[in-house]
Design a protein around this ligand. Structure first.
Ligand code: NAP
Ligand code: MG
Length: 402
């Protein structure tokens, strides 16, 4: 059979540790035999980030803006221990943070559903995608521990020197205060990324804040979403038969639990941080979560939600067998290939991406899986495979589907 051709390159961002090992296996076993893979390769492995003074991360993000679609392997975010382990010139920033800043994007996380891995919430039969605003609020805060009695005020000084003051609290003893902010620009691009992704994936969009209590801060989020919906997306939503739904965060939490899933839930930064961990755990585990960064300009970067699976890598280095789940990384590839195919009008590529996903799901549903999946699966006699054998089992299923 002739290999599938690709018109435009895909930006390929290689990474670290166990996921870097899986990356090569996935390419060798599941992609290169079927696709004349056209990628622009960036090595985001920590050694190369260090060698290039992290320029490679910036270059890969700019390439994503240029070509529109990227696939990324998990990467190490350096800390003190990594400084020594890799003899780093400096504690390079998180690549995901750097890429997100350049793409000005919003992260969408969704679980991969498989029969036999039953969500804790039994009525969740469809995936819930969490869209987390990734700028500001408590993540960029200023705090003071108040030692004793005194007056705390919120002061804004405009460029021409005019002051606006609001009393926070008249303290009669010790306490704490915190200042947070957000920008209209960031909230607008968050809103556009969410509406755009809803249109793209044909799912309803839910958004929730605490606007009843926070009448200016949270209410501004609500107003901006409403304004952008009405001005730019309403007609498209109606045409597709999808819905934009705003509700108070408390109400959203109750409705989400009672729902069957199948929608996008846009959350402010803190809500998204907390809710995405809850949703991921409730669906199974992190090794079955996909993640895509969508920029308001329409660039997409696909990856797995989990990290580099360090503990498995050290076993691998010692020559011991590993049973690491590659599904989320394979879905990063299939997501990117499908999007590339859609943008280029390449139906063959889109169809391959779909078959690859079905092959992953069917392999697990047929009882073949990695160790961590077997622990949460209801399958009675699962066949537990090592990292490579699992990928080869997916390849066998893929051959059947083709
Ligand atoms: P992790 O790599 O997600 O792994 C944590 C644990 O979860 C693993 O030890 C393993 O449990 C289990 N696990 C995660 N993915 C798995 C998979 N595919 N198959 C089987 N088990 C899986 O998180 P971490 O150990 O906290 O972080 C390791 C490195 O990854 C860090 O350097 C961090 O900076 C980086 N990281 C990168 C990203 C990213 O690039 N997006 C995200 C998060 C973390 P058991 O060991 O019990 O089997
Ligand atoms: Mg969290």
């Amino acid at each position: 059979m002739a290999k599938i051709q690709m018109k435009t390159p895909l930006v390929e961002m290689d990474g670290d540790e166990m996921t870097r090992i899986l990356w090569q296996m996935i390419k060798d076993e599941l992609l290169l035999p079927y696709i004349d893979l056209n990628t622009e390769y960036y090595d985001l492995g920590l050694e190369n980030r260090n060698a290039t003074d992290d320029q490679v991360t910036v270059d890969s993000a700019n390439a994503t803006l240029k070509y529109g679609v990227a696939v990324k392997c998990a990467t190490i975010t350096p800390n003190g221990a990594r400084m020594k382990e890799y003899d780093l010139k400096q504690m390079w920033k998180s690549p995901n943070g750097t890429i997100r800043a350049i793409l000005d994007g919003t992260v969408f996380r969704a679980p991969i559903l498989v029969k036999g891995i039953v969500p804790y919430v039994k009525n969740w039969t469809k995936p819930i995608t969490i869209a987390r605003h990734a700028y500001g609020d408590v993540y960029k805060n200023t705090e003071i521990k108040i030692p004793g009695a005194g007056k705390a005020e919120l002061v804004f000084t405009s460029e021409d020197g005019v002051e606006t003051r609001e009393l926070i609290h008249d303290f009669d003893g010790a306490g704490i205060i915190q200042g947070i902010h957000n920008t209209e620009k960031s909230i607008k691009s968050f809103a556009r990324a969410c509406f755009g992704y809803a249109v793209d994936t044909r799912q309803d969009l839910w958004f929730s804040t605490k606007d009843t209590i926070s009448k200016k801060y949270d209410h501004t989020f609500k107003d901006i979403f409403q304004e952008i919906y009405e001005g730019e997306y309403k007609a498209k939503f109606e045409e597709l038969g999808i819905e934009y739904f705003y509700t108070l965060i408390d109400d959203a939490v109750a409705r989400v639990i009672r729902s069957e899933g199948g929608f996008i839930w846009a959350c402010k930064n803190y809500d998204g941080d907390v809710m995405s961990d809850m949703v991921a755990t409730a669906y199974g585990d992190l090794s079955m979560m996909t993640s895509v960064l969508v920029s308001p300009s329409g660039a997409y970067e696909y990856e797995a939600a989990h990290g580099t699976v360090q503990r498995h890598y050290y076993k691998h280095l010692k020559g011991e067998e590993t049973s690491t789940n590659s599904i989320a990384t394979i879905f990063a590839w299939s997501g990117a290939l499908r999007k590339r195919g859609e943008l280029d009008g390449n139906a063959e590529l889109v169809s391959f991406a779909e078959k690859l996903e079905r092959a992953c799901i069917k392999t697990v549903e047929d009882g073949k899986m990695t160790k961590s999946l077997s622990l949460i699966s209801t399958c009675e006699k699962p066949v537990i495979l090592n990292s490579l054998a699992f990928i080869r089992a997916i390849r066998e299923t893929l051959e059947e589907l083709m």
